[in-house]
Design a protein around this ligand. Structure first.
Ligand code: NCD
Ligand code: ZN
Length: 362
């Protein structure tokens, strides 16, 4: 296939992003908002966003941090805990505050200590969500220390996701940031059997990296995220899923910035900051697969269809114009005083040349 010199796409959405709060929010929001029309905003702040009231306040802080001239809609999520009030979720959903609810198994990842300890304990919440058709977004890893860290997603599917979906057959579920062929197979099988209640997001980094990359030439802290990157076999299954045109797979960057000092230390945080070149990063994979014609479906169509939201009408253009990715996020003058420049998150693909560049059309 001839490679075009430009591709015009319907403006994409990011169905999984960490925008953080305070100075970090100020620093990272422009990267997401300049490209994506909407984003599902993760609620794992400290303290987490567990109520409608907290989500309304967080949404206001996001909108206040938005640079003038950018149109961007944050889609808010509630952080499930053992004591989530179903009535509050329902009210938040009916008031247009919540688009979805996020399940973190307790201690599975960054700021998940307040997550759900026992799935059975949240039955009334899941019943309510199923009844009002409020989607459940799942960080799909078991936290059982006996289970090898590379197996935690596959074990979660067997132990928890299969039984949960049997108990709540019409609850719509997104398995977030999938990393294994088991997840791909499970989501695809549900889709192929006609179920429209299950989908998965796929990150750019899980499409580019296998677990060797994390250790190449030394310990690459900037490639550490959760769920941790897996074997090459799994990466290939993810690439096939993302680029294959199936509507049950769509874009979710899981862009997860951390201050440099929190990541490059003896017990560094999980999370990769990829928002600054997210579409270019996905485009590289679609190009390798000869599937650039399917990028728009993955980035801009499958997600809204699953969430039952309108497709965006604006467009963005990807221009084939190589760019070298800087080492870390450049802070604009307005934000320079908010976040210490030494703490600016390192960029995914730092130092690499990406073949595409985004031009936002408006
Ligand atoms: C995320 C974070 O830093 O908030 N980290 C990550 O590695 N993906 C949490 C998450 O999505 O698991
Ligand atoms: Zn995440």
């Amino acid at each position: 296939m001839d490679i075009p010199s430009r591709i015009v796409l319907r403006r994409p959405d990011d169905w999984h992003v960490h925008l953080r709060d305070g100075a970090m929010l100020e620093a990272v929001l422009p990267s997401t908002a300049r490209l994506f029309a909407r984003a599902i905003v993760m609620p794992n702040l400290r303290p987490p966003v567990t109520t409608t009231k907290a989500a309304v306040a967080y949404r206001e802080r996001i909108l206040a941090a938005l640079p003038p001239g950018l149109s961007f809609t944050p889609l808010m999520t509630a952080y499930l805990t053992d004591s989530t009030d179903p009535q509050d979720l329902k009210q938040g959903f009916e008031a247009g505050v919540f688009t979805a609810v996020k399940l973190y198994p307790a201690n599975a990842t960054t700021n998940s200590a307040a997550g759900v300890r026992e799935l059975d304990a949240i039955t009334p919440v899941l019943e309510t969500m199923q009844a009002i058709d409020l989607p459940l977004l799942i960080h799909g890893e078991v936290t059982d220390p006996e289970v090898d860290v590379f197996d935690r997603e596959a074990v979660f599917i067997e132990r928890h996701l299969v039984p949960l979906r049997r108990r709540f057959p019409s609850l719509r579920v997104v398995l977030e940031h999938i990393t294994t062929e088991q997840a791909v197979d499970y989501v695809r099988a549900a889709h192929q059997s006609g179920e429209q209640t299950l989908a998965a997001t796929i990150t750019p980094h899980h499409l580019h990296l296998n677990r060797n990359a994390m250790f190449e030439g030394g310990l690459r802290t900037d490639f550490y995220c959760l769920p941790v990157v897996k074997r090459e076999r799994h990466r290939r299954a993810l690439v096939a899923a993302a680029t294959g045109g199936e509507p049950c797979f769509f874009l979710g960057t899981d862009s997860a910035p951390h201050p440099r000092s929190a990541k490059e230390t003896s017990c560094g945080c999980a999370g990769i900051f990829n928002a600054a070149h997210a579409l270019e990063s996905y485009a590289a994979i679609f190009e390798q697969q000869g599937a650039l014609d399917r990028l728009e479906g993955f980035a801009s169509e499958h997600g809204p269809r699953f969430y039952r939201l309108p497709l965006n009408s604006e467009t963005v253009t990807l221009v084939r114009q190589p760019q070298v990715v800087p080492q870390s996020l450049t802070l604009s003058d307005r934000r320079a005083d908010a976040l210490d420049a030494a703490e600016a998150p390192r960029l995914f693909h730092a130092g690499e040349t990406l073949a595409w560049r985004v031009a936002v059309d408006g």
